[in-house]
Write a protein that binds this ligand. Sequence first.
Ligand code: SAM
Length: 169
Amino acid sequence: MDKYIYDLLPERDAVVKEMEAYAAEHRVPIIGPAVARLLTLLVQVSGARRIFEMGSAIGYSTIWLARAAGTKAKVFYTDGNPENARRAQEHFRKAGVAKRINVQVGDALELVKKTPGKFDFIFNDINKHQYPDALRAALPKLQRGWRYGLPQGLARSLFYFHVLRPQCQ
Ligand SMILES: C[S@@+](CC[C@H](N)C(=O)[O-])C[C@H]1O[C@@H](n2cnc3c(N)ncnc32)[C@H](O)[C@@H]1O
C-alpha cells in the first residue's frame, strides 16, 4: 500500500530523499511524502506565512512547511531532542530554507505559549497522548481564521487530517 501511493507521487529532491532514507533506517516517524503534499496544499490554499510546528524531529515536515509558505515564511521548529535539532539544522541549510526557520529546543507546549505573536497555522505532531494539552496551548496562539492540523497515520500511507475552522471555536 505504501509503495503504491508513494510511487504515484512526483520525485522529491536529494535533501528530502536523504531525510526519507535516514528516517526509514533510524525509525524516525516522519509524515512522509503523501501527508507532506496534503500539508503543502493546506498551507498554500490558506496563504499561511507564520507557522508553528510542535514536534519537528529531523525537520522533514518543517522543510515542506517552509517551502509551501514561500520565501516570506517564518516557520518555528520545535523538538525536545537537541540531537534532532542539530540534524534538522544541517538539513535546513542543505535545502536552502534555513533563513525561514527558527529552531527551538524544549517542550513544544511551553514554547508555543512563550513565542511572541500569533500564528497563521499550527501543525501538531508531538506524541498523541499530549494532544489535548497541545490543543489547549495552541488555540490562544492562532490568528482569527486559524488552522490547526493533526496527522493521524494509518498503515503509514492512509491519513486523516483534521482541520478545525473558526466556526468550530
Ligand atoms: C512524530 S515525530 C515528528 C515528525 C516530524 N513532524 C516530521 O514529520 O518530520 C514527534 C517528535 O516530537 C518530539 N516531541 C514529543 N513530545 C514533545 C514535546 N512535548 N515537545 C517537543 N517535542 C516533542 C519527539 O522528540 C519527536 O521528535
